[in-house]
Design a protein around this ligand. Structure first.
Ligand code: ADP
Ligand code: ASP
Ligand code: MG
Length: 416
């Protein structure tokens, strides 16, 4: 048997497949890679705006406590349309292509509906088809099938993860993520005009940036690429291509020189809750955060004040759309007499801004510069957290853009 062709995974996000014209451009780009001799796996998102529309319909039909399995059945459907349409266009260009929905592959996932994880992608089926002359497999991103046989989705932005998982499973030469910007920038170019495109970024930095809000790649996709050593590239589907276009996400060792801070990330819609005057005794944190976790609240930062007379205030941050759920979880815990507090304050108008860089491991003083820059703009810091390679602060939302720009300036990120 002839050796298999080299494999390439190409992923196209929502704006890249927003209409038939764009889909035709995508087909052309895929055709270029096919002509180079690759067997190509293309992963597509839904047309831009489609997933949001579907999520909205689910909310209207099912309310806040809808069946998560039906959410996935509905919300996954946007990708089915683009996968079929792209296959049709490829076929009309004379390329042997067909579409695959997640369950047909099958992309096997956990049962965690709306945030499932990929567990396995069997390769035999595609291998046979490629050996038989198929040139392009167009895969609907973002979706899979649970052990119970129900359709699952991988969380918002999940097509990135589909793409990297296929690249790992098929040992693809590269995983190219085509999007509406031409790479990973020092911060979201929509927020700072001074944002600079990075030629390379280390996996660890990309992982932090993604998990701290830079939605250019889904966090899980970076995790997978790091674990399976997938060569991951982010590039624009709107510009003419060259072989070293975009940003390569790579090992730290492959970056010659880098700034102490690689980038600034933010999460716009955060909230802060404070439980005033809770008992300062062993077990109180468990009694508060246990019920919050059970209610599915994603608590992020936590600060506990210094106790006075055996009582203290406990503050934590969470996504703004989880405030109601969090309130009822802690009030229920109080009704069960597991905790006791005098008051509960929710601030729904905060954002989280973070600076990220592996250089922080060996450079002191980054936090001090960050705080000085914010203070110079009159921005009050409400909560701070740090780790080895990032510092995050919670601030009033109205200052978010200003904070991002101030930090971009103070760490001179516009300069290479
Ligand atoms: P797609 O639909 O192609 O998956 P996304 O909207 O999910 O695209 O991600 C691309 C967007 O990510 C960009 O349009 C940009 O606004 C945003 N973004 C946030 N942070 C960054 C960053 N550091 N570098 C590049 N883009 C970023
Ligand atoms: N269409 C899905 C979303 O909007 C998945 C993706 O685009 O990656 O979240
Ligand atoms: Mg995306």
């Amino acid at each position: 048997m002839a050796p298999a062709n080299k494999r390439l995974v190409m992923k196209f996000g929502g704006t890249s497949v927003a209409n038939l014209d764009r889909i035709r451009r995508v087909a052309k780009r895929v055709g270029v890679e096919v002509a180079k001799g690759y067997d190509v796996i293309v992963v597509v998102s839904a047309m831009s705006g489609k997933t949001n529309e579907l999520v909205g319909w689910v909310g209207e039909a099912g309310g806040a406590l809808h069946d998560a399995r039906e959410y996935d059945a509905v919300v996954s459907s946007g990708e089915n349309v683009t996968a079929g349409l792209l296959s049709l266009v490829l076929q009309s260009n004379g390329i042997d292509a067909r579409s695959w929905q997640g369950w047909q592959v099958p992309v096997m996932t956990t049962s965690a509906h709306s945030s499932a994880r990929i567990e396995d992608i069997p390769t035999a089926n595609f291998d046979t088809k490629f050996a038989g002359g198929m040139k392009v497999a167009v895969v609907a991103g973002f979706q899979g099938i649970s052990p119970e046989g129900r359709i699952t989705t991988l969380g918002r932005g999940g097509s990135d993860t589909t793409a990297v998982a296929f690249a790992a499973a098929f040992e693809a030469e590269r995983c190219d993520i085509y999007t509406d910007v031409d790479g990973v920038y020092t911060t979201d170019p929509r927020v700072s005009s001074k944002a600079r495109k990075l030629d390379r970024i280390a996996f660890e930095e990309m992982l932090e940036l993604a998990s701290l809000g830079a939605k250019v790649l889904q966090t899980r996709s970076v995790e997978l690429a790091m674990r399976y050593k997938v060569k991951l590239r982010v590039l624009s589907s709107f510009e003419e291509q060259s072989d070293n276009a975009g940003t390569l996400v790579c090992d730290e060792e492959d970056i010659m020189e880098s700034n102490v801070v690689a980038g600034v990330a933010f999460v716009r819609d955060e909230a802060k809750m404070t439980l005033i005057s809770v008992a300062d005794r062993p077990g109180v944190s468990a009694a508060i955060f246990g019920p919050l976790a059970e209610a599915g609240v994603n608590v992020d930062m936590i600060v506990q004040n210094i106790a006075e007379d055996g009582r203290t205030d406990m503050t934590f941050s969470l996504p703004v759309d989880q405030v109601e759920r969090a309130e009822s979880a802690v009030r229920d815990a109080m009704a069960r007499e597991e905790i006791n507090f005098h008051d509960l304050i929710a601030d729904r108008d905060v954002s989280k801004v973070s600076v990220v860089g592996i250089g922080m491991r060996s450079h002191a003083g980054v936090a001090a510069r960050m705080f000085a820059a914010l203070s110079a703009e009159g921005i009050n810091i409400k909560v701070i957290t740090t780790s080895e390679i990032k510092i995050s602060v919670l601030i009033d939302r109205k200052y978010m853009e200003l904070a991002v720009q101030a930090l971009h300036d103070v760490f001179e990120l516009e300069k290479a």
